[in-house]
Structures are given as C-alpha cells and as structure tokens.
Design a protein around this ligand. Sequence first.
Ligand SMILES: [Zn+2]
Ligand SMILES: [Zn+2]
Length: 248
Amino acid sequence: MFFHDKTYDIDELARWNLHIHTNFSRCAKPEMVARDIVKTADEAGLEIIALTDHNYPHKPNAVAQQRYDLTRELDGFERNVKVLIGAELSSYGINKFADDIACDNSLDYRLYTTNHYHQDYWEHPEAKTPRAYAEHMLAIMEGVIESGRADCFAHPFMAGYVKAFDDFHDVTRAFKDNEIGDIMEKAHKKEIAWELNVPAIFGDHAFFNRYFHIGKEVGVVFNLGTDAHALSNVDPKKFADELKRILY
Ligand SMILES: [Zn+2]
Ligand SMILES: [Zn+2]
C-alpha cells in the first residue's frame, strides 16, 4: 500500500525516510538504537520513518520477532514522527522468498530488495552478461509484484552489488526504457511504490535520472529512503540539493 501522497518534489519527499536500519542489522552502527533513531527523526522534523532491517533465508521469519522487540523498545516513547516497523525483505531468486507470507504481512512496511547479489545465498543468472542480469532482476521483480507481498522496491534496478563486470553501470544501461516503464506501471497498479534510494542514486546518476523521469511519466509513487546505517543519515533533507541536481 501507499503511505503518503504522490509527489515528485524532492523537498516534499525528504520529509519521509522509509529505509532505515537499526542495530538489529549487523551492517548498521551500534548507535542505531530505535529510540535514538526516532529522537533524531523528531529533531529533524520528519513526518514518517520506516525501520527496515534485513531478513535472511537461513533465519526464516526472524523479522516478526524483531518487529515485536522494536515495538516494545518504542512502547510509550513519546514522538511526533509516525514510525513504521517493517523490514528490507529479500527475494533472492525468481519467486524465492525468505519468509512466510504471514510474516511479511505482519509488518507495517514491506520493502522488497531484488538485487543483493553480493550475498552468498543470492541466485545469479546463468549467462554472465549485463543483459542477463537485467533480465534476471526484472523476473525477480515480476515475482514480487505477483506475490502481493510488497509495499515498495528497495534500490530497484541498482547493479552496485553485481561484481561480475568491470563497470556495473553496464547492467543498468542494459534495461530498456519500455521495460522500466512497463514494470513500474504493473507495480503501481498493485500499490507498490518505487524507492528513491539515496546511495543507489549517488552511485549511478545517469540511470536514476532516467528512472525518475520514466516513473514521473507513468505516474508512480516514489518513496525516499536514505538506507541509513548511521544516525547522521536519518534526515534526508541534507541530501536534497544533490538529489535535485542528479534527478531533475
Ligand atoms: Zn539493500
Ligand atoms: Zn538497506
């Protein structure tokens, strides 16, 4: 489902940060304690945040317990910001999901990643070509859309974790405009939003400029996420000028 109005104004989008890791994610800094994240978001005047820790196929449904623990940590903690307790969920192959659908549906926000190719359990296409990776990612996204499990795609199309090529941008160059538009439209009809993921955008200006313009044309909902692993990245407003320069 959608959590806010549709807008293509970066300053408006920067009031919401729908991709933040807590210290439940091994990759996040120990300072990412739920209450301190919420306090930081309140001080920055944010309106909605989402806590989105990773899940793993070898630890099925662990995010349901995490959700319970985070809810308890925040219980009674006064705040203005609306907090969604979700997860960055993995579709690690075509129609491959780490958790039961009931676990996914118990979360406030289901942010689906389709391209964590650096993880040893992630499936790869048979052919090691940029086009094969692009097709593989599209097929995983199709599966997620059909599954009805997602509210948003995390850093969609991003190829930074594909280590097979000298230049990972060859993979994003292999997506055709009509493919991007078609899948965006399909997801939109199922109320799945598309993430403007700050580190992904900073790593691939040309692709994400294309992505932003195609998404606008199709009329999708974009959700902004900084993929924060440190408190200094909880407030997206500090990235707004750079994002405008790249995307507009
Ligand atoms: Zn990710
Ligand atoms: Zn993340």
